[in-house]
Design a protein around this ligand. Sequence first.
Ligand SMILES: Nc1ncnc2c1ncn2[C@@H]1O[C@H](COP(=O)(O)OP(=O)(O)OP(=O)(O)O)[C@@H](O)[C@H]1O
Ligand SMILES: [Mg+2]
Length: 252
Amino acid sequence: MTAAVHLEGITKTFRVLDEEAEGGRIRGGFFYALDGISLDIERGVCTVIAGANGSGKSLLMSIIAGLEEPDSGTVEVREKTGLVFQDADSQILGETPREDVAIGIRGKPFARKAEIPPLVEASLRDTGLLSRADFPSRFLSGGEKRRLSVAGVLAMNAGIIIFDEPYANLDYPGIVQVNTLIRDLPAKNKTVVILTHELEKCLALAKRFAVLFEGKLVFDGTPAESLKTPLEDWGIHHPLRGSSRLEELIWL
Ligand SMILES: Nc1ncnc2c1ncn2[C@@H]1O[C@H](COP(=O)(O)OP(=O)(O)OP(=O)(O)O)[C@@H](O)[C@H]1O
Ligand SMILES: [Mg+2]
């Protein structure tokens, strides 16, 4: 296996205000947001990293992308990383999709002026947005906005694409749109990482699977192996916990 990302002993702490507090993730006056994470992310495949709210997913993503520094540990990221944020609106700057993708690559050393329009067009075509290229961005649907974020990342030629909660606020067709895009990325030599707690929507797309629980890595294996683990103890809904009775559908 060749790893696109190699993490060893990553720890990130934050000082707590209540000096007396101890126990759980708090030790010696510090909250352990990430606690000794060692993980290799395989190149050219899709990895799902699951974890409940606050387990450390977004922080881990920020460290991989170089937006945050760990307190200790080793981070080796062997390709350019592109992030698709949970809130697609915060990532869209252009009035139209065409302008938005162009903004991201303007002035970048890899894109000479004449190369920008064809690069923008190719990214919009790859994400199924070419027909919307000159529409106002604010009128795009949630799924289209998320695809536009991906178009921006593709145009920047990122080898690693990290999706933070890609299904948030999406209806069924939106989820299908995003998943269709994600499914085809490994064939284009992209390394895909999905951070989510919604396994039923993506586990079948993944080759590798990891779980974060309270800042610690508690599982690292294949999706099939994970189905035999106590996912619910880690705050994650088991994707195959199906039911044929309506009253069992209650999320309580
Ligand atoms: N700058 C910070 N200062 C203090 N605590 C922080 C900071 N950044 C993150 N944390 C804490 O670290 C923990 C992990 O946060 P993170 O955002 O990575 O969780 P997450 O797994 O992405 O959760 P969610 O599913 O809700 O998005 C949280 O308890 C959060 O409050
Ligand atoms: Mg998060």
